[in-house]
Design a protein around this ligand. Structure first.
Ligand SMILES: Nc1ncnc2c1ncn2[C@@H]1O[C@H](COP(=O)(O)OP(=O)(O)OP(=O)(O)O)[C@@H](O)[C@H]1O
Ligand SMILES: [Mg+2]
Length: 376
């Protein structure tokens, strides 16, 4: 992996694409600002097949069966929800916050804190960092946290950010990101990816999101999809050189896939339901991680306690004490009405405390992913 200005090169690649192609023609169906895919690259939404691979393989590759998926429309959960999307904060809360801002003296402290967090989020990277989000239980809030992290990095960073779904069991990451059509999946890309591919070819298999975000879905929304361990490994190793940050919405523990993903990542997020059972289960995972010899995984681990109801009865201090072993960071995600509704996440509708918690979480995770032990 070259240590020089690899991110600058990638960005130049992407900018050139926009200039070369003349017209927008995005690789995915999402309307994001930057880059458009190479004319050779396939499209997530509508290209006929993986033509891009052919133009970049020299000498000609041995023929192998390549996936030829069809574009699949996903129903948006949004249509299932009555009324307008809810804001994370109630109207009363929004008003009282504006009043406090007007008369309070906390403004400069808030600016200082925001600057610190923004600097952490924008720290330069020498190699791509991969962050795995998982949990010991289903429904803990993994996909929500992965989508929030991906949004945050894509917003703050200048390098391309990938959100990858390693949850083949009808994952909801595309829906959370507002994506309505999927075509290529993580499993497909494992069979298509080739080291000689340019970023411009690779993004043809991805869905473009706002800011600098890209999505690789885990399935086409069908029961029975599988993502094999070696497919996951292939994709993660191959894609690391193209993306500054990759956030993986991973299968639930203790599957083999999630355990492998956890130990291979540069940083990991364990999402924990804010219940006694959730905290106890996550503590067991941390104990298991601590038992892995020489791994020092805990130093690069953040636990996110995620509430399933606005009336949390959990003692946050006791939960923190129970989970904070050997350098693990424990952060609380507030209950947010907008997140609770499901459907596409709109960051402008998140409650103020949620927004602050998410940026703090993203900064903490990235800093841990940058630590010396994780420079692998
Ligand atoms: N901070 C929050 N405030 C309110 N509701 C939340 C919050 N985080 C997640 N939720 C809700 O919790 C539910 C589960 O979230 P999510 O789908 O992210 O969990 P998951 O761990 O990915 O589930 P699965 O194991 O099925 O993949 C969703 O309905 C989501 O809307
Ligand atoms: Mg999920």
């Amino acid at each position: 992996m070259p240590q020089d200005d690899w991110q600058g090169d990638l960005l130049r690649d992407l900018r050139n694409l926009t200039n070369d192609s003349g017209e927008p023609g995005p690789p995915g169906e999402q309307a994001g600002r930057p880059p458009t895919a190479s004319a050779h690259a396939p499209s997530q939404a509508n290209a006929p097949g993986p033509a891009a691979a052919d133009t970049h393989l020299a000498p000609a590759p041995a023929p192998r069966p390549l996936p030829t998926p069809v574009t699949l429309e996903l129903p948006l959960p949004d249509e299932l929800v009555k009324g307008r999307p809810l804001s994370g904060d109630s109207a009363a809360k929004r008003t009282s916050r504006s009043l406090r801002r007007l008369v309070g003296s906390s403004a400069s402290r808030e600016v200082e804190e925001a600057t610190r967090v923004a600097q952490a989020l924008q720290q330069p990277l020498t190699t791509g960092r991969q962050i795995v989000v998982t949990s010991i239980r289903g429904g803990a809030g993994k996909t929500t946290v992965a989508a929030l992290l991906g949004h945050t990095y894509a917003h703050y960073r200048q390098d391309p950010v990938l959100m990858l779904e390693a949850d083949p069991a009808l994952g909801t990451l595309p829906a959370r990101l507002g994506v309505t059509k999927v075509r290529w999946t993580t499993s497909d890309v494992a069979q298509l990816i080739d080291p000689s591919m340019q970023l411009t070819d690779v993004v043809g298999y991805l869905i473009q999101l706002p800011d600098r975000g890209w999505l690789l879905p885990g399935s086409q929304g069908r029961v029975g999809n599988r993502l094999e361990l070696d497919e996951y490994r292939t994709v993660m190793v191959a894609l690391r050189r193209y993306f500054g940050v990759t956030v993986v919405d991973c299968d639930t523990l203790p599957s083999e896939l999630s355990r492998t993903a956890l130990s291979a990542a540069q940083a990991r997020v364990l999402v924990t339901p804010a219940t006694a059972e959730g905290i106890t289960g996550t503590r067991s995972v941390l104990d298991w991680m601590a038992s892995l010899s020489r791994s020092r995984m805990l130093e690069r681990t953040v636990v996110v306690v995620s509430p399933s109801s606005p009336h949390m009865t959990l003692d946050a201090t006791a939960a923190r004490e129970h989970l904070q072993l050997d350098g693990v960071k424990v952060l609380m995600l507030p209950y947010d009405r907008h997140l609770a509704t499901g459907g596409p996440i709109r960051t402008d509708l998140l409650g103020q405390v949620t927004r602050e918690a998410v940026t703090e979480l993203a900064a903490e995770v990235l800093t841990r992913a940058m630590s010396r032990q994780s420079n692998r």
